[in-house]
Design a protein around this ligand. Structure first.
Ligand code: AMP
Ligand code: ZN
Ligand code: FE
Ligand code: FE
Length: 280
């Protein structure tokens, strides 16, 4: 059994890299990919622990990308670097993404201040470090009594449709795919069910257009996928020649319903053979 989608404290997970390695070893995973958002710090820190524990640790990442008009939806894209690291050009590009996130956070803090909230960038970055983002803004809004829950903070201020939203420069989906490929990685569409297409013909059309952009794989198995979803994505993978990936999207205590390796309510058991096929 393997798990190709997990997060550490280097992004929005609650397990430190070494704790995650320990958890993976504890449930006897044959391989674990760390796919933190926009950075490899968690993977790099976990690597020596994985070596000590004899765990096959895979270098991964999860990028937020934007679809072209008329969708303009944010789509998560996974990248797997089976050689253990991405090319330097990819790392440089990531640094640019981190800089644009920081710039957005500065503008978001200013905007919240204009609403009369005392929210400072230093406080946000203490919580979220390199990956500071809207969830950390939400937590501060609750801590300071401006909102009752983080849900309310998103609904009223931080969601794309809410009052204080400021846009972040996200790379286009096709740029994400290209950068991953050029960096020596394999790109995989994360949790396709979150594309939110109820019309399955429309969903397939969208995924087909992603294949035209060079997409190589699709996350067939995921905590959010019902068996019928996984079946649908499996047949799409076969039809379009996409490789198959799968993972729990484990975030530790930040998403308590999702268990490492097993997903939500044990809906996952991802065969180790997927990894061999990915490497082919
Ligand atoms: P950021 O990358 O800083 O723009 O923050 C994006 C993250 O905020 C996502 O990965 C979600 O975890 C969270 N998020 C975005 N929209 C919502 C929402 N409406 N409700 C709760 N969390 C959200
Ligand atoms: Zn996450
Ligand atoms: Fe995601
Ligand atoms: Fe994820």
């Amino acid at each position: 059994m393997i798990d190709l989608h997990s997060h550490t404290t280097a992004s929005d997970g609650s397990y430190s890299p070494s704790e995650l390695v320990q958890a993976a070893t504890g449930i006897r995973l044959d391989a674990l990919a760390i796919t933190d958002h926009d950075n490899f710090d968690g993977y790099n820190q976990a690597l020596p622990h994985a070596r000590d524990a004899g765990l096959n640790l895979i270098c991964g990442i999860e990028l937020s990308t934007k679809l072209q008009e008329p969708n303009r939806k944010t789509v998560h894209l996974l990248g797997y670097f089976l050689g253990g690291s991405a090319a330097p050009a990819f790392l440089n590009w990531l640094e640019g993404l981190q800089a644009s996130r920081r710039d957005r956070n500065l503008r978001l803090a200013a905007r919240l201040q204009s609403f009369g909230f005392d929210i400072r960038i230093e406080e946000v970055e203490t919580l979220g470090r390199k990956m500071a983002g809207r969830p950390h803004f939400a937590r501060l809004m609750v801590q300071k009594g401006y909102c009752a829950t983080t849900r309310e903070a998103f609904d009223r201020y931080l969601d794309e449709s809410a009052a204080a939203y400021v846009d972040r420069d996200e790379p286009s989906f096709s740029e994400g795919v290209q950068r991953i490929r050029d960096g020596g990685g394999i790109s995989s569409l994360a949790h396709p069910v979150r594309l939110g297409k109820r019309d399955y013909a429309e969903e397939e059309q969208l995924i087909a257009s992603m294949c035209d952009s060079g997409l190589q794989a699709i996350e067939v198995f995921h905590s959010d996928h019902k068996a019928t979803d996984a079946d649908r994505y499996l047949s799409i993978a076969r039809k379009y020649g996409l490789k198959i990936t799968g993972g729990s999207d484990f975030h530790g205590d930040n998403k308590p319903n999702v268990k490492l390796g097993c997903g939500g309510n044990g809906n996952l058991e991802i065969p180790t053979s997927l990894l061999d096929e990915l490497a082919r």
